[in-house]
Design a protein around this ligand. Structure first.
Ligand code: A3P
Length: 306
């Protein structure tokens, strides 16, 4: 068994993704440890940068698309036939911080014009300069649905993966970038302390009222919708452009793979697009066990998932 990863003194232990290490209180895939170190040492946000942050399987792809469409709406009207989101996967529209920092490609960030939009799955302590150095938009999701979504996603890589393995990892806190509660609470606490720097969103709320959440996002970004935009239906155009059904139908999201290092077909990012699917995968006892673990961790924080 491997013991310590020399640069970070990380502890190794088998998890769902067998190559995970526990470092600075979080489980990271070993390939992301160098990125975590580099981000802490060298990421220098600009004040007008925007970072979309989330745990995997909590609505990252959707929030990437919504934030990109909202920020870029003057250059790319959302109803336009040539909108980048009609020909690119949302992840191709903004850089992934750990992808750049793990590969020594961080200089690519420097040449991007402001305001830059970026994406990360890293817990906040791994990107300490982000708050209050720039603005962060975070999305969380009911951990039960996150577990189900993660299982379906990981099964595209490992077809015999049992749901119970993923479920136990979530309960143990040992999912990539987890524990879930510590990841969520880091951004939650930052959002309550500095609401002008961190916008905390929920996947379930985005589903319930996407238009209202897009308006909230635009206000947070300092670019609220004008009366002319309101009358012209810009918000509804963004809702439609980024909707599950629309994105899923596009060739850019039906073909190709996410990343050479992650040979998952892009269509795996668009599975069900709903909340509450956990009822089809968990017994009542499993659900209440995970709910209780999460509620215990959240107690006294002002954040709940029930
Ligand atoms: P399900 O597997 O429950 O369907 P991430 O982007 O963080 O990997 O999250 C993936 C989850 O978000 C998947 O959940 C996926 O279907 C859902 N999703 C992707 N795009 C979406 C959209 N435009 N609207 C709603 N849900 C979306």
């Amino acid at each position: 068994m491997r013991t310590l990863c020399p640069p970070c003194r990380a502890r190794w232990r088998p998890t769902v993704s067998r190559s995970s290490v526990f470092t600075q209180g979080f489980w990271l895939r070993d390939i992301h440890v160098p990125a975590a170190i580099a981000l802490q040492r060298r990421f220098k946000p600009r004040p007008d940068d925007v970072i979309v942050a989330s745990l995997p399987k909590c609505g990252t792809t959707w929030l990437n698309a919504l934030t990109f469409a909202t920020m870029a709406r003057r250059a790319y009207p959302p109803a336009g036939a040539d909108h980048p989101l009609r020909r690119l996967n949302p992840h191709q529209c903004l850089p992934f911080l750990e992808g750049l920092f793990k590969g020594g490609r961080e200089a690519e960030l420097e040449v991007l014009p402001s305001p830059r939009l970026m994406n990360t799955h890293m817990p906040l302590p791994m990107v300490p300069s982000a708050v209050p150095g720039c603005r962060v938009v975070y999305v969380c999701r009911d951990p039960k649905d996150m577990a189900v979504s993660a299982w379906h996603f990981l099964r595209r890589l490992q077809t015999d993966l049992a749901f119970s393995v993923v479920f136990e990892s979530v309960c143990d806190g040992a999912v990539a970038f987890g524990p879930v509660w510590d990841h969520v609470l880091g951004y939650w606490r930052a959002s309550t302390a500095m609401p002008d720097k961190v916008l905390f969103l929920r996947y379930e709320e985005l589903l319930r009222d996407p238009a209202e959440n897009i308006r909230k996002l635009a206000r947070f970004l300092g670019m609220p919708f004008s009366a002319v935009e309101d009358e012209g239906g810009t918000v509804d155009d963004i809702v439609h452009l980024c909707s599950f059904g629309h994105l899923k139908s596009l060739d850019a999201n039906k073909t190709g793979h996410l990343d050479p290092l992650l040979p998952v077909p892009r269509d795996a990012l668009f599975r069900n697009g709903a909340s509450g699917d956990w009822v089809n995968h968990m017994t009542a006892a499993m659900a209440s066990r995970l709910d209780k673990i999460v509620a215990d961790k959240m107690r006294g924080t002002g954040l709940t998932f029930q």
